[in-house]
Every structure is written in C-alpha cells, then in structure tokens.
Design a protein. Structure first.
Length: 231
C-alpha cells in the first residue's frame, strides 16, 4: 500500500472515532501509559477532529532586542517574520493533516486567526500546541479547531524562532512523529503511532459500537430522541 493510500485509509478509519474510543483501542494494544496528551492541552471550543500529524518545532529567542524607534521596529518586525519566526511547514500542508507544534512552552501566540485560517484553507484539519494561541474569538467564529496549553496575547517577535519541521517532537508529554494519527475532542488529544494505527482502530471501533448500542437502548427506555451519537 502506498503512503498516500495508507493515509486515506487511516483518515477513513478514524473519521467517526472519539478520543475515548481511541484511548480504549490503545489499551487493548497494551499501550495504557502512552498516547494521551496532558489534560492541560485543551480545546478552544467543543469539537472533534482527526488527522495525520505534521510536526514543527520552535525555540525561545535568545538574542537581545535592540532599542529602536517605532518605525524601526516596524521594519525589524517584518524582518523577524520573514527570517526568524518563519512557517515553512505551511507550504507542505496536505488535506487531512493535523498540525502539531512544539512551541517550547513559550507564552506567545505563534498561531492566530490569520495563519491558522491559511493552513485550514490548505487542508489542515486542526492544530495543537504546547504553547499559546491568540485571536481566539476569531478562531472560534471561523470554526478552526485548536488545542493549546494556554491562550496568549503576545506576538512572536523577540519571543520565538523557528527551529525545524517534520521531526519527532514532544507535546503534552507525548512524542509525536510525522505521520502518526491524532484525534482530539472535548476529552483532549490522543496520538496513535502510525505502525499500530490499524490495530488500534479495530478495537476502538468495537468499543464505539458497543457504547452506541447500549446507549441507544437507554435512549429508547427513556423516550429520548435518537441522535447521531447512538445511530
């Protein structure tokens, strides 16, 4: 199976799975202590997203910031965006990608309403970072799925610099490799190693189906209207 075909198969397999189902699937593969990101990684709003990990790493900016006028700062800021805190991974985004960013825990909004929307347009399903995100009101209005450690008011100038992309990174206590499967919802974020993604999905679907059947019966006994979560 080609990498592209495998990616499509995985996206189809994980399309309906909740984080809880995937967590169960991991347990059935003896991966009890791996995959679940720290509870401090939380969504901006309740939604469910799945995708294939595309990774990037940023580091704290180590240099001193020169004293300058506001006009000089405008030029320096433009230079910073074009040369220091760059986004080369944005050009690589493919439909179905889940962008995972190691931001070194820096309190800055590496992603916001503009660049997150650009990645979404290219096909990104969602984003997760161990740092901050900003423009959150607009992100919610734009329905951009985003999980982060915290919300930040700060721009990146003088705070973050791009390091590298498409490498293993650590986010929320989990090592994320490019190509891993990422599922996120109100319960948080879970990462499935690519090599075991098909086996995990097999048991995750079994748990999901059992849950649906049991809750559907309870819905009927309680005269509750059936919804998509039980059908």
């Amino acid at each position: 199976m080609t990498a592209k075909k495998q990616k499509q198969e995985l996206l189809k397999l994980y399309q309906t799975l909740r984080v809880a189902d995937v967590r169960d699937g991991m347990d059935w593969n003896m991966m009890h202590n791996y995959g679940s990101m720290s509870p401090e990684i939380r969504p901006l709003y309740r939604t469910r997203v799945f995708g294939i990990a595309r990774t990037a790493r940023y580091l704290p900016y180590e240099e001193s910031i020169p004293t300058m006028s506001q006009e000089e700062y405008s030029k320096w800021s433009s230079f910073y965006y074009n040369n220091i805190c760059i986004y080369p991974w944005m050009d690589d985004i493919e439909t179905g990608d889940f962008v995972v960013i190691d931001q070194s825990g820096v309190d800055a909004g590496l992603m916001g309403s503009n660049n997150a929307l650009s990645g979404f347009k290219k096909g990104a399903h969602g984003y997760v970072t161990n740092g901050g995100v900003r423009d959150t009101d607009e992100l919610i209005i734009q329905n951009i799925p985003f999980w982060s450690k915290f919300i930040s008011q700060k721009m990146v100038q003088g705070r973050l610099r791009f390091d590298t992309k498409d490498i293993p990174i650590s986010v929320g206590g989990v090592t994320v490799y490019p190509g891993d499967v990422v599922v996120a919802d109100g319960d948080g974020v879970i990462v499935v190693p690519r090599k075991m993604a098909f086996e995990v999905a097999k048991y995750a679907h079994r748990e999901l189906q059992q849950d649906k059947e049991a809750r559907k019966k309870l819905y009927e006994e309680l005269n509750m209207k059936l919804d998509d979560t039980v059908l």
